[in-house]
Design a protein around this ligand. Structure first.
Ligand code: NAP
Length: 248
């Protein structure tokens, strides 16, 4: 793979990234390092990104409040402050609502939504004021209702993230902290490995552009939202769905 082209100059900036062992989170880490940022790359499993002098890799289960607090404390020890919080950890559910267990509902909602609350709550004291930027990760499912392919808890939690974004955008604007969200449609990452080839064909056929987004495209939109190019953007939801979501 070619080295990513820097979209922004993030020298002297500190980014805290969740889901860094995953497709989009990993692409965010690579692009942030290329842009000169110091990066705290957190993952539930080991983050397989080559060591770098500006990279701190941490194990983090985003649903565990004590682990979130510990990761933020380690970030404070190492870097002193956070400029960008980039929350890409997430999981899908599956199946019809009438066949879904309460335990599975809670697992998906906790992973996608409650994790964002925990992260924002504990990162806030360390976020640079003014200048901090947060990017949460929604989904086209949060706008169009989703389907049994990802399940009701996924669609509901991603829709709720949209309003959490707007809530924090308003609450934190006086601090000079911006809060935005990206909402991808299907992205070519391990998250889609669960689908059969027939399901891939049907999914692509429903995309006006006829292609999945890439993790790099999602990361580039995320870096843009963090950057000074987006200094007047807060409470927004960037649609990266290959035309799947158009009428709102
Ligand atoms: N791919 C798509 O089609 C698509 C579409 C719309 C939105 N999104 C969103 O994009 C974000 C990134 O997903 P992706 O496409 O990059 O998929 P991915 O490669 O599966 O990455 C998701 C990452 O989240 C991590 N994660 C899940 N539960 C966690 C937990 N409790 N604590 C910490 N980390 C946890 C996973 O960890 P493990 O590696 O340990 O499993 C994985 O590394 C997600 O929020 C997803 O909902 C993806």
């Amino acid at each position: 793979m070619n080295a990513p082209l820097p979209l922004i100059d993030a020298t002297d900036r500190v980014a805290f990234v969740t889901g860094a062992a995953g497709g989009i989170g990993g692409a965010c880490v690579a692009q942030l390092l290329a842009a000169g940022a110091s990066v705290v790359a957190t993952g539930r499993r080991e983050v397989e990104i080559a060591d770098h002098p500006k990279l701190l890799k941490l194990s983090l289960q985003v649903t565990d409040e004590a682990q979130v607090q510990a990761a933020i404390a380690m970030t404070k020890d190492r870097f002193g402050a956070i400029d960008y919080v980039i929350h890409m950890a997430g999981m899908v559910g599956k199946g019809r609502l009438d066949q879904m267990d309460l335990k599975d509902w809670h697992t998906v909602v906790d992973t996608n939504l409650t994790s964002a609350f925990l992260l924002l709550k504990h990162a806030y004291p360390l976020l640079r004021k003014p200048g901090g930027a947060v990017v949460l990760c929604g989904s086209s499912n949060g706008t169009n209702g989703g389907s049994y392919l990802s399940g009701a808890a996924y669609a509901s939690s991603k829709a709720a993230l949209n309003n959490l974004t707007r809530y924090c955008a308003k609450e934190w604007a006086p601090d000079g902290i911006r809060v935005n969200m990206i909402s991808p449609g299907p992205v070519d990452t391990p998250m889609l490995d669960r689908l059969s080839s027939e399901q891939h064909t049907a999914l692509k056929a429903g995309l006006p552009l006829g292609r999945y987004a890439t993790a790099d495209e999602c990361a580039a939109a995320t870096l843009f939202l963090c950057s000074s190019h987006a200094a007047s953007m807060t409470g927004t939801n960037t649609n990266i769905s290959s035309g799947l979501v158009l009428d709102r």
